[in-house]
Design a protein. Sequence first.
Length: 310
Amino acid sequence: MRPTVLVAMLTYRRPDDLPAAVCAVEAQLDDIDADAWLLVVDNDPEASAMPMAAHHDPARVRFVHEPEPGIAAGRNRALDESGDADALVFIDDDERPQPGWLRELVAAWVRNGATAVVGPVISTFPQEPEPWIAEGGFFERRRLPTGTEVTVAATNNLLLDMRQLRALGLRFDPALGMSGAEDTMLTRRIHRRGGRMVWCDEARVVDVVPMARLNRRWVLQKAFRMGNSWSVVALRLDDRLLAMLGQRLLLTGRGLIRVAGGTARMLVGVATRSVGHRARGARTLARGLGMTTGAWGYVYAEYRRPRAEV
C-alpha cells in the first residue's frame, strides 16, 4: 500500500517568496512512490495568502488560514490537517527544494523507519555578504553523512513519521509561538522519549537569504535568540523545582563561558586585525548572553507581532 505524505509550508506575509516556493514543491509531488499533497498554512490575521489558492488544484495544493498568531499554532494546524497521513514534511516558504529533495527524504524514511528524517539547508545570497558576515560563518549550517543519528532538528527541512509522533503524544509547544524553538522542543522530546532521527544529506533545500538579514544587527540578534531559546527549552523540558535550579546554574555557567570566550576572541581579532576572529567572537558572545538571560526567565520573542495583531 502506498504511503501518504503531506508537505506543509507555513507562511506569513511573504508574497514574493511564496509563489515560487509552492510551485517548486508542487513539482516534486509526483516524484515519489506515495500519495502526496501540499498544505499551505497562512498565519497572517488578514489571510493575505489565501487568494493564491485559486491558482492551484485543491487536490494537490490546499490553503488553510490559521488566525491564531504564532509559529507553534501554525505548525500544530499542520498536524491537525494531516489526518491519517503517514508522514508530514515541513519546509519554509523562503526555501527552494533541490532536485530529488522529496524523493530522497521519503526514501530515507522508508529505509530507516525513523521517527524523523532531517535534511540540510544551504544558504544563498542576492549579493556577496560583507567580509564580517561571511567570515563569521553566520549562515553556515551543519552537514552530516547520510544515516547519522541526531538529537535535535529544525523544521526547515524535516520529515515526521506521524504514526510514531501520535504514539509519543507530541505536539508543538504553544508557549514558544512567538519566541521560536518550538521545533527544538519537539525534536528534543522525540529523542528523550526514544524516537530516532536520522540525517539525509541528499535531501537538500536552499534558503534564499534576503538583503534585510545581511547585516550585523540581524545576525547577532539571531545568535542571541539561538542561545536564549536553548536555555528556555532546556528549562521547559524539566520543570521540576530542584532540577530547574540546577539547570539554571548550569546554563548560566555555560553562557558565561561563551561570553568570556567570545570577548577574548574579539580582542584577539582586534590585536591581529582578523575580521574572522572578531565576527566569530561576537557571535559566541551574543549566544552566551542569550543563554544566560534565558536561564533566568527572559524570553526573546523573535516572532512578536504588532500589538494590533495579537
